[in-house]
Design a protein around this ligand. Structure first.
Ligand SMILES: [Zn+2]
Length: 441
């Protein structure tokens, strides 16, 4: 049988193979097979390298494009047409590109450059700068925010001022909205293409005289629940409706371990908190508290407190769950791995999912530093907040001596919006929300 097969295989050859020849042939075949295998492996490797390179290239392209996209959104491309400034009897300068920009849909002009041209004085630091013009009047900019104080009146611009390359840039709307004797012209060809600023010889700030005198005396724009006057340094009249909501009970909601929010509760009027710390994405909160908080920050700045920022606003149920888990993990070793005890300890510091006010969008954590600590209670701004937060509709939610009632340790950074009416009663009587609701209930 074997021989037959062998015969059949070799029958096509001219000479029958010797045993050595057969071995040699077999070796050759094996070599060819090996080479084929190697080639195949090489090709496979090549294909893999090509695929990975392609994926890498695509990722790079995506990164580059998204970078460009983000960049364009943040810095809107300035129209090519020049920015001209006409001052002192027709002296016109065309501003160098370093002295203007185009952001958020409007021109920004370097106030530093403008001051040199028009002999205004500009002094201050990277947080706050004051422009003084020839009539002695001044305008102070809270850099990085839209807040500006002209004379004694605080105003809010459409866009924030910013500091770059040693220059203070302010939005052109500042000149349009708050100055007299200046004309801002746009060359319009379908869209804004150029910008002219023409100074009259009597350039001055536009200040509402009535508001000005009120501000000098101490603004008395608001009244407390007891009918007493509240004196704000800033003009917060636009914020009154938010600090003191028409329906005074609408935001008087108790959220704690015994009064939980449902897992799928998400407020439907969340807006960004303008005073979120610069080192994080904008936090959110419900409309009324967010506007009332904005007012509180304007007033804080009017009182010389510039270094406050919001670290946390609205948090989802799921996020709160993660916070509790992280906190529990930190206490595990302290309780020799007893999860139950570690969680109990964690829950004395972080609210259980559903029981955190942060899910309601009615509260914020804010401080002068990114790290929240009890040391904040020693700062002057905390003392100011403690005495004044109620005027804006906020209460200190977890006071020092109320842990037994609230179930939460002292949190000098956590402020909760309830509206002015109830906030003033709660803060005046030195109560926590639980006690207040029991008293009126
Ligand atoms: Zn908090």
């Amino acid at each position: 049988m074997n021989r037959n097969q062998n015969n059949r295989k070799t029958s096509s050859r001219r000479h029958p193979m010797t045993r050595e020849e057969a071995i040699l042939a077999e070796k050759k075949r094996a070599e060819v097979r090996k080479r084929q295998q190697q080639t195949r492996k090489l090709v496979q490797k090549g294909i893999a390298v090509a695929i990975f390179s392609l994926i890498g290239a695509v990722i790079c392209l995506i990164i580059v494009f998204s970078y460009i996209f983000v960049d364009f959104r943040a810095y809107d491309k300035a129209p090519d047409e020049p920015v001209k400034i006409t001052y002192e009897k027709d002296s016109t300068v065309v501003l160098d590109k370093d002295y203007y920009s185009y952001k958020n849909g409007e021109y920004y002009i370097s106030l530093t450059k403008l001051s040199q041209l028009c002999s205004f004085t500009l002094h201050g630091n990277s947080k706050n700068m004051t422009l003084t013009i020839s009539d002695g009047k001044s305008a102070s900019f809270d850099i990085g925010t839209p807040n500006v104080k002209v004379g004694n009146i605080y105003s809010v611009l459409k866009n924030p001022s910013y500091f770059s390359g040693g220059h203070l840039f302010v939005p052109a709307s500042f000149f349009e909205d708050l100055c007299n004797g200046i004309k801002c012209e746009f060359d319009k060809m379908g869209k804004v293409r150029g910008f002219n600023m023409i100074f009259d010889k009597d350039f001055s700030f536009r200040v509402n005289a009535e508001k000005e005198s009120e501000a000098i005396l101490g603004s008395t724009l608001s009244t407390s629940s007891e009918g007493e006057e509240i004196k704000f340094k800033a003009d917060l009249s636009d914020y009154e409706m938010y600090m003191n909501p028409e329906n005074k009970d609408e935001y008087l909601i108790l959220i704690n371990n015994s009064n939980k929010l449902s897992k799928d509760y998400i407020p439907d009027d969340l807006i960004e908190i303008s005073d979120t710390r610069n080192d994080r994405d904008k936090e959110k909160m419900r409309l009324y508290p967010a506007k009332a908080l904005e007012a509180m920050f304007i007033e804080m700045r009017a009182n010389g407190f510039y270094d406050m920022g919001v670290t946390s606003g609205y948090r989802s149920y799921e996020y709160q769950q993660t916070l509790v888990e992280n906190e529990t993990a930190q206490f595990l070793s302290q309780f020799d791995g007893d999860r139950e005890k570690a969680r109990e300890k964690a829950l004395s510091r972080v609210s259980a999912p559903g029981s955190s006010e942060h899910q309601s969008g009615l509260c914020v954590d804010m401080s002068t530093s990114a790290v929240l600590s009890e040391a904040f209670s020693q700062t002057a701004v905390y003392k100011w907040l403690y005495s004044n937060c109620a005027n804006f509709g906020f209460i200190l939610r977890f006071p020092k001596d109320k842990s037994a009632e609230t179930g939460i340790v002292f949190e000098p950074w956590h402020f909760r919006y309830v509206g002015r009416y109830h906030a003033q009663k709660i803060m005046d009587e030195g109560l926590c929300l639980e006690e207040y609701l029991q008293n009126i209930g």
